[in-house]
Design a protein around this ligand. Sequence first.
Ligand code: ARG
Length: 583
Amino acid sequence: MSFFATMLFMIKQIIIQHLKEIFKKEFGKDYFDKPFVFDPPKEINADYYTNAAFILAKILKKNINETAKQITTVLNNNKKIKEIIGEIFEQNGFINFKLKDDFIAQNLFTISKNGFFDSIKKIRSANSKRKIIIEYSSPNIAKKMHAGHLRSTIIGDAIKNIFLWLGYKVISWNHIGDWGTQFGKLLYMYKNKYGSKIVQISVEDLEKLYVEFNKMARLDKTLQEKARAQTKQLQAGNKTNVKLWRYFKKISLKEFNKFYKLLDITFDYIIGESFYQKFSPKIVKKALKQKIAIKNQGAVIIPLEKFNLPPLLIQKSDGAFLYSTFDLASLDYRRMKFKPEKIVYVVANEQTLHFEQLFIAAKILGILNEKECQCLHIKFGLLLDESGKKFSTRGGNIVYLENLINDVLKLAFDIVNQKNPSLSEKEKKEIAEIIGIGAIKYNDLSRDRQGDIIFNRKKMLSLEGNSAPYLQYTFVRINSIFKKAGQYRFGQISFTNDLEHYLAVSVLKFPEIILEAANLFKPNILADYLYNLASTFHHYYETSPILLAPSQIKTSRLMLIKAIAQVIKEGLKILGIKTPQKM
Ligand code: ARG
């Protein structure tokens, strides 16, 4: 087997490795602890570049241009580097690399024939012992899911797929809000309206009861006390209350599951906060005993002044445990049971303070040791409606997620109907679902998660812009070229223009893009990459004939676009988006 075929398949990582060795020899030390090899902007005719000259010149107090020249010469004389890189040239202190065509061609050949699986086997097996827990979605029972839960679900699932692709053991976790004082309010209202029996109602009805309670409680000051009594009874195991609570949970989960099915999302663990009730007294006791927590007017708090944070309340004065207590208990449980190297919480920006407090409290309590396990709050912004406002109660009308999704599915159906009227109704519906759900997911995953995003129905379904349907269409288009091409044999790959070189290198960069997306927990790095690949393909296809090219060039081009189609399909799959056969 050739050297190329057996190597670890992340070109950027290979280059970084080589450069580090070479620079260490040349400059006496490895000075690089931060990224120093990057992807150049499109207008620069190179595949990678390094800012090493700037870093070395600064540390060694040398002239930048001279250092750049020195590096270029050393690299040009290095056999290992020259096996991969054809051209090394310096530009304003930056050193650009252009990969060798035959190196690219050989690797592209393998991928076009076998996909990526073989080439990343080593990376996968190296990662196979690494465990990571990813918590996402985490809605609250007796309430409809809201826009924030949608974002968490979509982003969390993509992050899960990214790590799975890299070979990690991923544990996906849904931390359901099913415990707390709101259930006392609900129980009080329910019993008042329906008595102690189970009556067929919907999650919407439950949510209304809750809203009604808050309205009534403003006028009747005794209601809060009555609700507290119901919560107490529930926590003490009162039969009727437990029965009703279970029922609330059942109808809520049934609805969540419908939603997960539509979005094609699964979890390894779905555990409610109630599960941690039994662990909570111990947590509070431990905190008090270690003098990390103090009593404050009957309540228990963990002061965090030292860390410039407000105190964390872990037990109310009526004895009830709360959100923070269950989070501490849950963190402890996850760590003990699974020993993951990371626990990732995909939760909205709004809860930043909570997670800062939680992680520090866990650390000083000795529940969390950062050397063993790293906890991360992976944040995201708001989902806004088309006018840039938060989805919420508008004149008493709550905009429900399912209405949003159904709207998009309807619009997607119209598109399929227009493009392909001869399909059967069933086929149209299936394709519309693939397009519509893909559009909603991609609308989210193509933006930097920390910013707010807009639920723009037209834009997310556009076949021209940066959207899921555009990428899905690219895949379908390449497939249709293959249908027209009929039988073809694998042959040698060669490049006739710069665009082919660029596209081939883009394909080969796929694994390293996923690694980057994983390092930053940013699926939009993958989405950006896919969009750039697809739009470059379209540009290429308009300028370079494929089926009409001379036989050898035709084979080579077919292999190139086959690899592109594979990457688009695989990339979308990682983002949780399916690719249709027709559109
Ligand atoms: N159920 C919470 C909410 O809807 C989100 C839970 C986030 N996860 C956590 N471990 N605190 O706001």
